[in-house]
Design a protein around this ligand. Sequence first.
Ligand code: PHE
Length: 474
Amino acid sequence: MEKKNKKAGFSNRLGFILATAGSAVGLGNIWRFPYLAARDGGGLFLLIYLLVSLTFGFSFLVTELALGRRTQKHSLELFGSIKPRWNFLGKLTFIVPFLIMTYYPIIGGWVLKYCFSFLSGQGKATATNNFFSNFLNLPGELIFWMLAYLFLTSIIVYFGVEKGIEKFSKIIMPGLVLIIIGIAIYSLGLKYTDINGETRTATQGLKIYLLPNLNGMTLNKFLEIALDAVCQVFYSLGLSMGIMLTYGAYAKKDTNMESAVQQIDLFDVIISFLVGSIIVPAVYVFLGKDAMSQGPGLLFISLPKIFNTMGLAGQIVGAIFFIMVAFAALTSSISLLEAIVASSIELFKVSRKRSCVLNSLIIAFLSIFVCLGFNLFYFDFKLPNGQVGQLLDIVDYLCGNFLMPLVAFLTCVFVGWIVKPNFVIEEMEFNNHKFKSKNIYAFTIKYVAPIIMLILFIESTGLLNLIYSLFIKN
Ligand code: PHE
């Protein structure tokens, strides 16, 4: 492990921060965050998201990175190596990235399709109302782009050239931030009058995004929004999937973890916040309030409409934007696949290359199935949170809203009550670093987080909904 750690470890603090942030910032921030924020009506979702990111998000990121660095173990064996009875938690964390990988390449494929459209001068077509839904109806195209994206991810993991990609991402990430800020500023001036003569402005849209609206709020609705927001924090930071444990194992012992975690956390939050401030107002301006709840396609439906208003420049900005998003997505899916490949090597004692090929084939097979959920196998499925979705939404719900709170709850119990928070605190204070928030951390991980995660986990099963409709509504 020592040797491996030296080889794979990050050379310095900045390398560690960039690589971890590169894995964290991905489609979760750019695709998932804005569609949830819009669907949940903006303000309240955003408020809970920000609060939770800066408290729980921080605490869990600290926990996973410190556990990884202290034990120098991968996720699969980490919990069992401390308490053998907790071995099951390592196995559970393996399921989450695997499930995510069955649809992440589909969204990555959508990004590639849009890159291609803008690069080949057909960017304007993407702004038409039915472009995205027509695309979903073509199984061959969907599968083609998904496979193209998966192939890119797999080939990088197969040849182990992640480092090369990371070098690129040092340029791409700041570029992405700049272009997002640019589009956000430009979008502030958006205005649109629809066929009914109603004029909607970006400022009105921004208000919906920023200001919580508690009109007609019920406890049940509040819990649903809270579940979405909290789980989005986990998804976005790549928590409860075992991945950050591994990143921790590769961090240097003398890195000041607290400030590193703060920076990664803040960077991730800022990207999501900015993308939301573009997409939520844009969908409101161009398509109206009712369209805000349309779900996973939101980014792909509303963003081209903004580029369309920029004339020729919009085609270039659109192309650059989608290329950068593809890179950000790739750095995330590489770390997902990497985690799956590494765990399979340990579980099934296969070689690295074989593990990569076999896992990619299984993922491709399952993803084809999920692609067909939009067309050949289309059906409406009512999720426990009342949303109606297709196969992709079901898998996303299963890992994002159901398994993650469960793993997070178990992790709290493990750290808060079994090994005790000091196990993490000592690691954070290694090398005489100060862990300023240690008291809040211990309190959060022991009491606040497990209670909230348990409530949200039960909410995600639909049980609270049932109790509510049986006893409270009547
Ligand atoms: N956090 C990533 C995103 O926001 C997704 C991801 C999850 C990446 C888990 C790696 C591990 O897209």
